[in-house]
Design a binder for this molecule. Structure first.
Ligand code: PMV
Length: 339
C-alpha cells in the first residue's frame, strides 16, 4: 500500500496468535542466559476488526479479558476512555502509529494518526496469568489484525517489537521471550537482546500441559527472584549458569531429535527452579504425578508459583499422563505436538 497514509478497508479482518510455553530456561533468561520456547497452537487469541459508525472512534469488545478497571470480562469500551496504560489501548495506538506511518517524509507519527472508526473484537481461549502467554497473544492478534486491515504484511520482528511494549505493562522487566515466540510462531532459542534463532526440531516433541488452576503474577515472581538475586548474587548467578548449561544441551538434543535427553534436562531444570524458589506444592505434585505416569520429563513452565507445568511424553502415553495429572489436581490439560 505505498508509503502514504493507508486507507481503512471496509471489510472484516481476522487475525489470530497462539499461546506459548517456555520449554526450558525461564527466570535465568531475564539474566542474559538462553531459553527455549515453543508456540502452543492448540489455544489462541483472535482479533476481528469491522468498520464502526462514522465518528465513533475505536471501540473494543473483549469478552474473555478483564476490563481496564479490573472487573471481569464481557465489556465494551471506547479506546480513548481507557486508562493510558490499558494493554489493549497501548497495542492499538502503537499499531496505528506503526502501520499508518508516512514513511517517506519522516513526519511526526503523532500528527498522522487519526482516530479511525473501528470495532475491534478480541477473544481468547488462552487461560490468563497461567504462563501460556495470554497477554502477548492478545496483543499480537490485535497488532496483526490492524496491520492486515491496513493492507500491510508486517514481519514477525516488527510485531514482536510492538508487543514487547505491552509486555512491559504486564511484567515490568520482561525478557522478551513471550512476544518473540508468539510473533514468530516457531520454536525459538532466545537470548535477551540477541537475534532470534529458530530452532529446528529433529523429532516431534509431545507435550501435555497441565494447569494448576492457581493464578500467578509474573511481575511478582520475577520481582521476588530479583530480590533474592540482589541478596545473594553469587549463588543465584551460579544457579542461572547451571540452567544455561542445561538449555544449551537441550538445544542440541532437540535438534538431534532425542526427546529422552530433553526430558531428563527438563527434570534437572525443574529442580533448579525449585531451588530458586519459584515452584509450589501444586506444581511439584503435578510434576511428580507426570513422572510416575511415565513422562520422559516434567517441569513448571513460565514464572511459576502457579500456572502451568509441562510433561514431555511418548505420544502413546499422552492420555495416561493427562489422566494422572487430572487425578493429581490439574484443572485442565492440553496436548500439544511441537515439530
Ligand atoms: O509467566 P510467563 O509465561 O510470562 O513467563 C515468564 C518468564 C520469565 O522468564 C519468568 C520472565 C521473562 O520475562 O522471561
Amino acid at each position: 500500500m505505498g508509503d502514504g497514509i493507508a486507507q481503512f478497508q471496509p471489510q472484516t479482518t481476522v487475525a489470530t496468535a497462539p499461546g506459548k510455553a517456555i520449554l526450558l530456561g525461564e527466570h535465568a533468561v531475564v539474566y542474559g542466559r538462553p531459553a527455549i520456547a515453543v508456540p502452543v497452537t492448540d489455544v489462541q487469541a483472535t482479533a476481528t476488526i469491522t468498520a464502526g459508525g462514522r465518528g465513533t472512534g475505536v471501540h473494543l469488545v473483549a469478552a474473555d479479558l478483564p476490563a481496564p478497571d479490573g472487573s471481569p470480562g464481557g465489556h465494551r469500551y471506547r479506546l480513548r476512555d481507557a486508562p493510558d496504560d490499558d494493554p489493549l489501548r497501548t497495542i492499538v495506538e502503537l499499531s496505528l502509529a506503526a502501520f499508518l506511518r508516512k514513511r517517506s517524509t519522516g513526519t511526526e507519527v503523532g500528527d498522522l494518526v487519526p482516530d479511525p472508526d473501528l470495532l475491534i473484537d478480541v477473544t481468547s481461549t488462552i487461560p490468563i496469568a497461567r504462563g501460556l502467554g495470554s497477554g502477548a497473544a492478545v496483543a499480537t492478534a490485535v497488532a496483526r489484525c490492524l496491520a492486515f486491515h491496513l493492507g500491510r504484511s508486517p514481519q514477525p520482528d516488527e510485531i514482536s517489537r510492538l508487543v514487547y511494549e505491552v509486555e512491559k505493562l504486564h511484567h515490568g522487566t520482561p525478557s522478551g521471550i513471550d512476544n518473540s515466540v508468539i510473533a514468530y510462531e516457531q520454536p525459538i532459542y532466545f537470548v535477551r537482546g540477541e537475534r532470534i534463532m529458530r530452532l529446528s526440531v529433529g523429532a516431534p516433541l509431545s507435550l501435555v500441559i497441565a494447569d494448576t488452576g492457581v493464578v500467578s503474577s509474573t511481575r511478582e515472581v520475577v520481582g521476588d527472584v530479583r530480590r533474592r538475586w540482589q541478596a545473594n548474587t553469587e549463588r543465584y548467578e551460579g544457579l542461572f549458569d547451571e540452567i544455561d548449561a542445561i538449555v544449551r544441551l537441550a538445544r542440541s538434543a532437540i535438534e538431534r531429535g532425542e526427546p529422552r535427553a530433553v526430558g531428563r534436562l527438563m527434570d534437572d531444570d525443574h529442580e533448579l527452579l525449585v531451588t530458586i524458589g519459584v515452584s509450589s506444592p501444586q506444581l511439584n505434585t503435578l510434576v511428580d504425578a507426570a513422572r510416575k505416569a511415565g513422562a520422559l520429563g516434567a517441569k513448571l513452565s513460565g514464572a511459576g508459583r502457579g500456572g502451568n507445568m509441562l510433561a514431555l511424553v511418548e505420544p502413546d502415553r499422552a492420555s495416561i499422563v493427562a489422566t494422572a495429572l487430572q487425578k493429581a489436581g490439574a484443572v485442565s490439560t492440553i496436548f500439544s505436538q511441537i515439530s
